[in-house]
Write a protein that binds this ligand. Sequence first.
Ligand code: GLC
Length: 746
Amino acid sequence: MKKIVILVCLLLTVIACKKEQQSTNTLEAKVSELLEKMSLDEKLGQLNLRGTSSRVKGKLSDSLKQAVRDGKIGAFLNVSNTAFVDELQRIAVEESPNKIPLIFARDVIHGYKTLFPIPLGMAASWDAKIAENSSRVAAIEAASFGIRWTFAPMLDIARDSRWGRIAESPGEDPFLASKLSEAYVKGFQGDSLNDPTSLIACAKHFVGYGAAIGGRDYNTVSMNEALLHNVYLPSFKSAVAAGTQTFMTAFNEMNGIPASGDKKMLTEILRHDYGFDGFVVSDWDSVEEMIAHGFAVDDKHAAEISLNAGLNMEMNSKTFEMHAKKLLQEGSITEATIDALVAEILRVKLRMGLFENPYRVDNSDNLYAAAHLQLAKEAVVKSSVLLKNDQNILPLASETNIAVIGPLADKPREQLGTWSFDGDGKYTKTPILAFETENVNYNFVEGLSYSRDKSTQDFSKAVAAAKQADVILFIGGEEAILSGEAHSRAEINLPGAQEQLIKELAKTGKPIVLIIMAGRPITVGNILNDVDAILMTWHPGTMGGPAIHDMIFGKAEPCGRLPVTWPKVAGQSPIYYNHKTTGRPVIPEEFVQMDSIPIGAWQSSLGNTTHYLDIGYLPQYPFGYGLSYTSFEYSNLTLSSNTISENNDITLKVTVKNTGKRTGSDIAQLYVQDVVGRITRPAKELKGYQPVTLKPNEATELTFTLSLEALKYYDNDVVFDVEKGDFNIWVGQNSAAGLMTTIKYE
Ligand code: GLC
C-alpha cells in the first residue's frame, strides 16, 4: 500500500512539474512569437511608460491615441478617467500592429478609496496579515478603475525622521521590513496574476533611497557592501521571493552610480543573484536626471547607460523613445539587449492575462465597503502607538467631559496622509465626527486652524473650553503635505504654534491627552512634561476617527510598537537601534550632561564616549516601544541548548504574564548580538517577534526558534557567513529592554 501511495505522489509531482514546464514553455513560446512579429518601433514602444497627470481634464489627444495605435506606448501612469482607460486599451488591443495590451499604473500606496494608515503606521502594527489584507482591499478597489499596476510597496529602510518619505517606509529594521514586503506583494498581486483584481506590485525605490544624507530627499547615498546587503537589500530580496513582477529604480545615486544606470544592482544583483524575472521601471524622469547627477552627458547617453544597465521601462522622460534607434544603429546597444528588455515586459503582461482579458472589470460598488472600512479601523488600532500614559489616564471613562482642541481634530483630507489623492475626504471619519456619532460629552475649539498656524488669536477660546472640561484632548501633528516626497524637515517638532497652545492649556491644570497625526516621529521634548498621555496614530486614514474614539474610551487598545527609533531632537538623526557599539560605547554613569559640566572643566575630564553633551545618547522612545492599557511581566527565559550549530537550532521559551487589570496585547521581541565578528556587528538585531494577548493574571509561554542561518551576515566581500563565538540574546518588549541570556556557536 505504502509503495502505491509513494508512486501516486511521485506521479502527481511529475504531472505538476510537467504542467509547470508546459506553461513556461507556452509563455516563452508566446513571448518569442510576439518578438518575431514586432517591429523595432513596437519593441521600443513597450519600453515607454507615458506619465500623465490625473488632474488633466478634457479629452484624449489624437496624437496620444495615434501613438498607442502605432504601438509606441507600453503603459500609462495616472490615467484616472475610466473612459480614457477603456478607449486607450481598445485602441491598443484592436488597432495596434500586434494588439499588445497596455498596463495602467497608479500609486496605490496605502489604499485606493478606503485609505489605511500610512505605511510607516502599518509597519507599527508589526502585523503582516493586516498589511496583506489592506493591500488586497486596495487592489480590489483600484482594479475597477483599470489600474493593474501599483507603484508599491515602498521598501526603503529609513533611519532619519527628517526624511519626508519615512512616512511611506516600512521603518528602520530589515527583519520587520522583509515580513511586510512579502505581505504587501501577496496582498496587491493576490492569488493569481491573471485575476482581474490583481495589481502587479512594484518594489521601490531600488536601492538605498532612505539613506539619503541628512534626510534630504533625492540626496547622496554612500554605503559599504555589508550595510547594503545586511540592511538595505533584504526587504527587496523578500519582494522577489514573494513574486513581485516589477521594481522601480530610485532617484538617488549609490556610491556614485545613479540607480537607473546601475548595472551591478539591476542586472548582477537583482536578476543574476536574486533571480528576478519581471521588469524594472525608472522613477519619474530619473533616467534623464543622470545628466543632473553628472553621470550622463546628454539624454542619449542617459538612455544608453540605462538600457545597458537593465532598465526596461522609462517613466515619463523620453530618452528611450528619442534615442534608442540611433543607439542601436551606432552599436551602443544591441538588438539582443532590446529584445531581452521587451521580453521581460511581455512576459509580465502575459502572466497578467491581459491578452485574453485586457479590459477592466468594474466592481466599483465595493468602494468603501463596510468590510473595507472595518479593516481600515482595525488597522488604525493595530498601528497606533501609546507612548505615554501617566497615571493611566487612558482609557477615559465614557462620561468624561472633554475639551477637544487642535488643528487636526476635524480635517478629513489631512488625516489621510501622503499618497491619498484617490481617497475622498467626504468618506473620512474624523475624530469629531466619531465623537458626534458616539454622543461623546465634548466641546470642540480648534485653537489653531491648520498645523502650521502661528496665530494665537483663538487661544483664549481654547483655554476657556479647557477650563470647563475634565480632560483636554489635543489632536495635532502635521498636515499631510508636511511629509512624503520632497517634504523633508530639518526640525521635526509640532509645527506652527501647537507647542505654545499646549503650554497655555497646561496652565489650566487639566490633564492633557495628546494625539499626534503625522508622517514621521515628532520630537515632543518641549511639551513632554505638559501632557499626561501621548498616542501616535500616524496619518490614520479614512477610519481614524472611530478608531481614536474606541482607543480613547477603552473599547480598543492601541497595539502598535515603534517601527522606527523616536528621536529627542532632529539633531540626533539618523538614529536607529541596530547601531554599532563603536570603540567608545556610552557609559551611562560617566555621562555628564552639558549643564552639569563644571565651569573651566579640564578638557578630558568628561566621559569620552559616543554621546551628545546636550541631549545625551538615548532616543525619546526606542525601536519596538509601545505601551498597553495593561502591564506585562516577562520571566523564565530558557534555552533548549547553550550552543547553536548548523544542525542544532536553539529553542527559546519565555513566560509572559498580564499583571494588569484588563485584557491587553503586547509584541514579544527577540534580539541578538553577535559579540565578535569578522567585521563589526550591530549592538542588537531583531530576529523574531510574536504578538501575545492575555487576560488579567493570565500567563503563557512563548517559543522562539533561532537557527545558525539567522545569525549569518554579509561582510564587505559579500560573503554570507558567521564565525564561531558568543551571542547575546534578549527577549522583551522593545529594543531597549528584555531578559538576557547568551549562547555559543562552537
Ligand atoms: C514619484 C515617486 C515614486 C512614484 C512615481 C510615480 O516621483 O518617487 O515613488 O511611484 O513618482 O508617481
